[in-house]
Design a protein around this ligand. Structure first.
Ligand SMILES: [Zn+2]
Length: 194
């Protein structure tokens, strides 16, 4: 009996080893923000996001642009599209991965990326409007793509990337999609991975 209880206990521990508990705060507590919270919680339940949750602290703000710092913030975009919503989540978490583990390498990475892809248009909607963060976004977008492939499979991941390529950061998404092998090598050289 004791052994059975122990086994059940261990099984429970094992099964619950997935997405850590998320600490989600709503800025306006509107119906839309509540819906977004439910969507993120549903995704966190459906997929194992443990690897892709660098910070568990999330703010939902219907008036904000999605951003990572100082607190990961999500707006109401893609309420009706779980795959795209998941991409917004892992994108901001990828920024956290870079902030937490690769901050010091940016000084080396940046000139190398500029040398590799000197003709990127950094103005919106092609880039993010700034040279440094546009180029560093190339690494973030690769991490986003890796996470989506792992969670959704290659073809659904590609569908999300294709959509975003037409929507915003167009030149940045195009660059990683058109130079995937080269960018894989770049990430490997700097040891950047989830
Ligand atoms: Zn970003």
């Amino acid at each position: 009996m004791k052994r059975i209880l122990f086994t059940i206990l261990m099984l429970t521990v094992w099964v619950s080893a997935k997405t850590p508990r998320l600490n989600i705060t709503l800025k306006h507590d509107s119906a839309g923000e509540q819906k977004r919270k439910e969507q993120i919680e549903r995704l966190a339940e459906k997929y194992d996001l443990a690897k892709y949750t660098i910070t568990p602290d999330i703010v939902i703000d219907q008036q904000a642009a999605n951003h990572s710092s100082p607190v990961l913030t999500q707006n109401l975009l893609f309420l009706d599209n779980d795959d795209r919503a998941l991409s917004a989540y892992v994108h901001e978490q990828a920024h956290w991965l870079m902030m937490e583990h690769h901050r010091r390498q940016v000084r080396e990475m940046l000139p190398e990326l500029i040398r590799l892809y000197p003709n990127i248009d950094i103005t919106r909607p092609h880039g993010d409007g700034y040279q440094g963060t546009s180029y560093m976004h190339l690494v973030v977008l690769m991490l986003e793509w890796h996470a989506l492939e792992d969670l959704l499979g290659a073809s659904r991941a590609r569908a999300v990337m294709e959509f975003k390529r037409q929507d915003h950061y167009k030149d940045l998404y195009a660059t990683v999609m058109d130079h995937r092998n080269e960018m894989e090598g770049f990430l490997k050289r700097y040891g950047v991975k989830w």
